[in-house]
Write a protein that binds this ligand. Structure first.
Ligand code: PLP
Length: 363
C-alpha cells in the first residue's frame, strides 16, 4: 500500500491500529459468528460496546456524574437546532460568532419562533481570523446559554480561555477539538461534537449535557428530545452501532496513548513544527491572529492563487491528501487531529521548503 498522509478536516484520519483491530473483528465479533454491524442493538454484546464507550469517554474527559452522555445521529449540524429547542424555548440564546460553523448555529437558532437569538461577540469584521473578546456585561443572566465554537475548523482559530458567563451555562460546539485539547467538562452546560473529526467515523454525534438542563422544553419530537434520548440510553431508536463501536476503539487507543493531556501535548508539538515553518518562510503565511491559532486545523497561503494551486497539485502528487484549503479561505489547510502522525507534518514541512526554494521570486 502506498504511503499517503490524510490532512482531511473530516471525515479524518483514524489510528491505523484501530482500523486493523476493527478489520480483525469485522466478520466475527467476539466469536459470535456475526459482525458488529449485524448485532442487534438490544444484544448483550452491543450493550457492552455502548457501555464501554460511555465509560471510556467519561474517564478520558473526566465527565462528572451529573452529566449525561448521549450517542446521537444527525451530525453537529442537527445540534444547531436541538440545543435551542431543548434549552432556549421562550428564552434568550446568546451566540459568539467566530466562523462559518458558528454562523450556521446562529441561523438555525434564528429559525425558531420562540427563541430570541443575540450575537454577543463576533470576528466577522476580519474574516474570522481572530477570537473576539467576550464581556460578562454583555451576558444577561437570564439567558438560556452562551454558545461558542471551541475550534473553528475552517478558519483555524481556537478559544483557549473560556469566557466568564456567570451563571449562564456555556454550550460548546467542540466538533474539531474534542479529546484533542484538554477542557474541563464542568465548565460547560453542554458539549456536542460530530464524531468524524477526532472520534471515529461519520454518523455519530456525541452530546454531553448537564442533567438539570434537560427536560425543560415544550413538547418535542422524541428524536429531538435530550430527555427521551437520555432515558433510553441513546437507544430510543437504532443507534449508529458500528460508529459507536469504532468510537469505543478510538477511546481505548487514546487511553493507551496516555489520555487527552498526552494527545494535547503531541498535537501542540505537531502544530509547532508547521507553524515554525510558516513563520520562518518567505513564501507561506498564516492568515490567523497568532494567539488564537488552532493546533488542529492550520490554514496557510502563499498570497498568490496560482502558487497555491501549484503547491496543492505538487502536494497531491506526493501523497498529501485533502490539503487544499476550504473554499472560503483558499490556499491550504492541514488538519492535524489526534491520529495524524508527526511524520506527516515533517514530510509536509520538507515539501514546503523544497517548493519555496524552487519558486523563489515567482510571487
Ligand atoms: C464539521 C463541523 C460541523 C458540522 O458537523 P456535521 O457532523 O457534518 O454536521 C459543525 N461544527 C464544527 C465546528 C465542525 O467542525
Amino acid at each position: 500500500m502506498k504511503t499517503i498522509y490524510n490532512f482531511s478536516a473530516g471525515p479524518a484520519v483514524l489510528p491505523k491500529s484501530v482500523l486493523e483491530k476493527a478489520q480483525s473483528e469485522l466478520v466475527n465479533y467476539e466469536n459470535s459468528g456475526m459482525s458488529v454491524m449485524e448485532l442487534s442493538h438490544r444484544s448483550s454484546l452491543f450493550d457492552k460496546i455502548i457501555q464501554d464507550a460511555e465509560a471510556l469517554l467519561r474517564e478520558l474527559m473526566n465527565i462528572p456524574d451529573n452529566y449525561k452522555v448521549l450517542f446521537l445521529q444527525g451530525g453537529a449540524s442537527l445540534q444547531f437546532t436541538m440545543v435551542p429547542l431543548n434549552l432556549a424555548q421562550h428564552k434568550k440564546a446568546l451566540y459568539v460568532n467566530t466562523g462559518s460553523w458558528s454562523k450556521k448555529a446562529i441561523s438555525e437558532a434564528q429559525k425558531l419562533d420562540n427563541v430570541t437569538v443575540e450575537v454577543i461577540a463576533s470576528s466577522e469584521d476580519q474574516n474570522f481570523t481572530y477570537i473576539p473578546e467576550i464581556h460578562k456585561e454583555d451576558i444577561p443572566q437570564d439567558a438560556a446559554y452562551v454558545h461558542i465554537t471551541t475550534n473553528n475548523t475552517i478558519e483555524g482559530t481556537t478559544i483557549y480561555d473560556l469566557p466568564d458567563t456567570g451563571d449562564v451555562p456555556l454550550v460548546a460546539d467542540m466538533s474539531s477539538n474534542i479529546l484533542s485539547v484538554n477542557y474541563n467538562v464542568a465548565d460547560f452546560g453542554l458539549i456536542y461534537a460530530g464524531a468524524q473529526k477526532n472520534i471515529g467515523p461519520a454518523g455519530l454525534t456525541v452530546v454531553i449535557v448537564r442533567e438539570d438542563l434537560i427536560g425543560q422544553s415544550d413538547i418535542l419530537s422524541a428524536m429531538l428530545d435530550y430527555e427521551i434520548q437520555a432515558k433510553n440510553g441513546s437507544m430510543y431508536n437504532t443507534p449508529p452501532t458500528f460508529s459507536i463501536y469504532m468510537a469505543k476503539l478510538v477511546f481505548e487507543w487514546i487511553k493507551e496513548q496516555g489520555g487527552v493531556s498526552q494527545m494535547e501535548k503531541q498535537n501542540k508539538a505537531k502544530a509547532a513544527l508547521l507553524y515554525d515553518e510558516i513563520d520562518t518562510s518567505q513564501l507561506f503565511s498564516s492568515p490567523v491572529n497568532k494567539k488564537d491559532r488552532s493546533i488542529n486545523n492550520i490554514p496557510f497561503v502563499t498570497g498568490d492563487d496560482a502558487l497555491d494551486k501549484k503547491f496543492n497539485q505538487e502536494a497531491l502528487a506526493a501523497g498529501f491528501e485533502n490539503l487544499k484549503g476550504h473554499r472560503s479561505v483558499g490556499g491550504m489547510r492541514a488538519s492535524l487531529y489526534n491520529a495524524f502522525p508527526e511524520a506527516g507534518v515533517e514530510a509536509l514541512v520538507a515539501l514546503m521548503k523544497t517548493f519555496e526554494a524552487e519558486n523563489k521570486g515567482a510571487k
